[in-house]
Ligand binder design. Structure first.
Ligand code: PXG
Length: 455
């Protein structure tokens, strides 16, 4: 029997009996069963009931070149045939990973010239935590260990990366290690009030300096931030925020780390948001769009200050994974980057589809349950509210987002809900027609949600 001859109900039963899916309420999943995704093409995913759903999230913020690209399949097949695996420990390396390291040094901001590879954003961030602390120890300042990040920041799900993240629910489930600290994000929708943008930018950045002074700069190792907070709800900082942040980091001599796992590889209209926002990070985490999610791979770009210290007197760095610099993943990443370049996807986002997405979504801000629409490149959030004046947020945070998401999915659009914000992060290949379809269904989902709530 082939997979497709087994019924949806049987797949759901098999799945919920044996598969513990990530970020899942297992009791609920046993009752309802999961949607079984069977295939994908272009910007559409298909489930085992034959539903065709426009993927407004590019998988989980990662399928930057869209589904079904033969170039990536060929790169994987060729590399698997030639060398499916060999490790990079013990003075060995492979051709694709060396070529990819060079390519990443070229497309990242100046000063980031070395790549360390892992398999997920979480592992990249764990690597950063170790490298940052090891760096300060080599500098003769082993007490510089505290890493500051932001509430609603998402940096991964390992114990360390979740501790670094700002998701309190995750901290409460055994991921709250010492020597991590969190400040408020520059979340204008909640915190700006009647400050103008420049004032709010300076103010929100000052929360970092206040905290460094409280802890003592001699104990703080680094500040880690997503240029736009993705899983936290597409929180776009006010203009000028990161200029202040970088000043503070320099003044207090703490490292500045950009987590570009979501914002990298064209999503903001440049290779990296660091270029869009003029950031000069000491280190950078990347994953997702590196391979467009076709195979797992992540990387840490290490800036010259840290790299030269590790080279000059670091000794052996006792850190790495069996699959660090996997040749097949590296070959897929190279093919993916080549595709992004050949098709001019970054220019297309910057000059055409990102402005078009912003323009197309803007009218939804007038909807009776929408408090704000914001976009940055191919990232968008629609904040749902109970009342527009104030605005008045929903009391049971997150419940309305799920209602709206389900209305969107049943009408053929995959959106993600973060608290009560509806999120979009489509492929860079998304067309104007795809955007029109997205906005049309999102509008219907908003209407259906408001009707269901009697608003
Ligand atoms: N940093 C950022 C900025 C991320 O968005 C990670 C690190 C961790 O990557 P891995 O590959 O370990 O998952 C991420 C991942 C969501 C959601 O709910 C977002 C992510 C992962 C899972 C769910 O939107 N981002």
């Amino acid at each position: 029997m082939t997979f497709d001859e087994i019924s949806t109900r049987d797949w759901q039963a098999i799945d919920s009996a044996h598969h513990m899916a990530p970020f899942t309420d297992y009791g609920a999943q046993r009752q309802h069963g999961a949607r079984i995704i069977t295939r994908a093409d272009g910007h559409y995913i298909f489930d085992s009931d034959g539903n065709r759903i426009l993927d407004g999230m590019a998988g989980l913020w990662c399928v930057n070149v869209g589904y079904g690209r033969p170039e990536l399949v060929k790169a994987a097949t060729d590399q698997m045939t030639k060398l499916p695996y060999y490790n990079n420990f013990f003075k060995t390396s492979n051709q694709p990973v060396a070529a990819l390291s060079k390519k990443l040094a070229e497309i990242t901001p100046e000063g980031l010239n070395n790549a360390f590879f892992a398999n997920s954003g979480s592992e990249a961030n764990d690597t950063i935590i170790r490298m940052v602390r090891h760096f300060w120890a080599l500098e003769g300042k082993p007490e510089k260990r505290v890493i500051i990040s932001r509430d609603y920041g998402y940096h991964g799900s390992t114990i360390m990366s979740a501790s670094m993240g700002g998701m309190s629910g995750m901290h409460d489930q055994a991921a709250n290690e010492p020597d991590f600290d969190h400040i408020r994000p520059p979340y204008g929708f909640l915190y700006q009030g009647n400050q103008d943008e420049a004032e709010f930018a300076a103010n929100a950045a000052s929360w970092l300096e206040d905290r460094i002074i409280e802890i003592g700069a001699d104990r703080v190792a680094a500040f880690v931030a997503e240029p736009v907070q993705g899983a936290g709800g597409v929180i776009v900082p006010p203009q000028g925020y990161f200029a202040h942040i970088q000043d503070i980091c320099r003044r207090q001599d703490i490292l500045f780390v950009a987590d570009e796992v979501i914002t990298g590889f064209g999503r903001t209209g440049q290779w990296f948001a660091s270029q869009t926002m003029d950031l000069q990070p000491d280190m950078m985490a990347m994953a997702k769009g590196l391979t467009s999610g076709y195979v797992p791979m992540s990387a840490v770009m290490v800036g010259d200050r840290v790299a030269s210290r590790l080279v000059s007197d670091g000794g052996e760095f006792y850190h790495g994974f069996t699959y660090s610099g996997h040749p097949v993943a590296a070959a897929v990443a190279l093919a993916n980057l080549e595709l992004i370049e050949r098709e001019g996807l970054i220019e297309r986002v910057r000059e055409d589809t990102a402005p078009y997405l912003a323009e197309a979504l803007a009218p939804l801000a007038a909807h009776r349950i929408v408090g704000e629409v914001r976009t940055f490149g191919m990232l968008a959030a629609i904040e749902l509210v109970q009342g527009k004046d104030g605005p008045v947020m929903f009391e049971d945070i997150g419940a309305t987002g799920v209602i709206c998401r389900d209305h969107a999915i049943s009408r053929g659009l995959m959106m993600r809900a973060v608290r009560d914000a509806m999120i979009l992060s489509p492929a860079l290949t998304y067309s104007r027609a795809d955007i029109d379809e997205t906005v049309r269904i999102a509008g219907q989902a908003l209407d259906a949600t408001a009707d269901q709530l009697g608003l």
